[in-house]
Design a protein around this ligand. Structure first.
Ligand SMILES: Nc1ncnc2c1ncn2[C@@H]1O[C@H](COP(=O)(O)OP(=O)(O)O)[C@@H](O)[C@H]1O
Ligand SMILES: [Mg+2]
Ligand SMILES: [Zn+2]
Length: 284
């Protein structure tokens, strides 16, 4: 007996790949392929970054909040399995509810549905030390097996970086577009380009760039202070033919709201504009 994986498909997924045409599985077997119910999500936006700690989760959270305020039914899938920070941001402390057959997402005060590994773990603080394929498998299950209900848009806080894990997650979820988050220093080391290239390799449209912690506002006079010198994001975006969706300042208040779980009360016109732009781009 030959190994079905060698044929390019497993029996459970047979018929889904070009290689299935030549495989040894019986496509006309009496038993129809198990038709898994696809999540009813109209559009999916991935939030990515070339490295960790740039504010990807904050941008994911605020983007979801702003889309919700626009009246959309919004979900957030926390795909950053080793650094999950979405539940805390939304003040979600309860665990995911399951009835043996389905897992249900948690729901925030404003009605955003959230799923995260933190809702599955007994102890929020225990680090997840799984290997790449297991992480990707967990994300895939969050996408396929969670009872999301009807959603207009899902925001996915993707794993950071451009390594194996983000790549595998990219492959397992049908993204309609990605938002690339970076800080001013990232432009120096090609980090933004790597993230953009990964998306293009997967043929996923890059909706635009968000430069986070781009500048600070003087607390006394409101003057804009460019801590890292003049921003290069506009030039970089032009070279990549991508829009700059937002340049966000250091925002102590927003960081505080994240810490205390009240991101849904955030005021951020820049992110509101970015959300409006993104929703138009993906024809939400
Ligand atoms: N614009 C900002 N101003 C102030 N603090 C920020 C800003 N963006 C992010 N932070 C804080 O920086 C830390 C890292 O942000 P986070 O969104 O968790 O990054 P990532 O998901 O990319 O690792 C968090 O404590 C967050 O609250
Ligand atoms: Mg994060
Ligand atoms: Zn000043």
């Amino acid at each position: 007996m030959s190994d079905p994986l060698e044929q390019g498909c497993a029996p459970s997924e047979c018929g889904t790949k070009p290689a299935c045409a030549g495989c040894s599985h019986n496509h006309n077997a009496a038993q129809p392929p198990q038709e898994k119910e696809k999540p009813h999500v109209r559009k999916v936006i991935g939030v990515v970054s070339g490295k960790g700690g740039v504010g990807k989760s904050l941008v994911s959270g605020e983007l979801a909040v702003m889309l919700r305020r626009m009246g959309y039914r919004v979900g957030v899938l926390d795909a950053d399995i080793t650094g999950p920070s979405i539940p805390r941001m939304f003040g979600i402390h309860e665990k995911a509810f399951g009835d043996g057959e389905h897992i249900f997402p948690a729901e925030t005060e404003s009605g955003i549905r959230v799923m995260s590994i933190n809702l599955m773990l007994e102890n929020d603080d225990s680090p997840v030390i799984w290997r790449g394929p297991v992480i990707a498998g967990a994300v895939k299950q969050f996408w396929e097996d969670v009872s999301w209900g009807e959603l207009d848009v899902m925001v996915i806080d993707m794993p950071p970086g451009t390594g194996d894990v983000p790549l595998t997650v990219f492959q397992s979820i049908p993204l309609d577009g990605v938002v690339v988050v970076s800080t001013p220093q990232d432009l120096v080391g090609m980090i933004v380009r790597k993230a953009v290239n990964m998306a293009s390799m997967m043929k996923i449209p890059v909706l635009g760039l968000v430069e986070n912690m781009s500048y600070a506002l003087c607390p006394d006079c409101g003057k804009r202070i460019e801590l890292f010198g003049k921003s290069r994001i506009a030039q970089e975006a032009a070279e990549l033919s991508l829009p700059v969706l937002a340049q966000l300042p250091f925002d102590e208040k927003a960081a505080e709201l994240c810490d205390e779980g009240s991101i849904e009360t955030v005021e951020n016109p820049l992110m509101a504009d970015a959300a409006a732009a993104v929703s138009a781009m993906i024809k939400l």
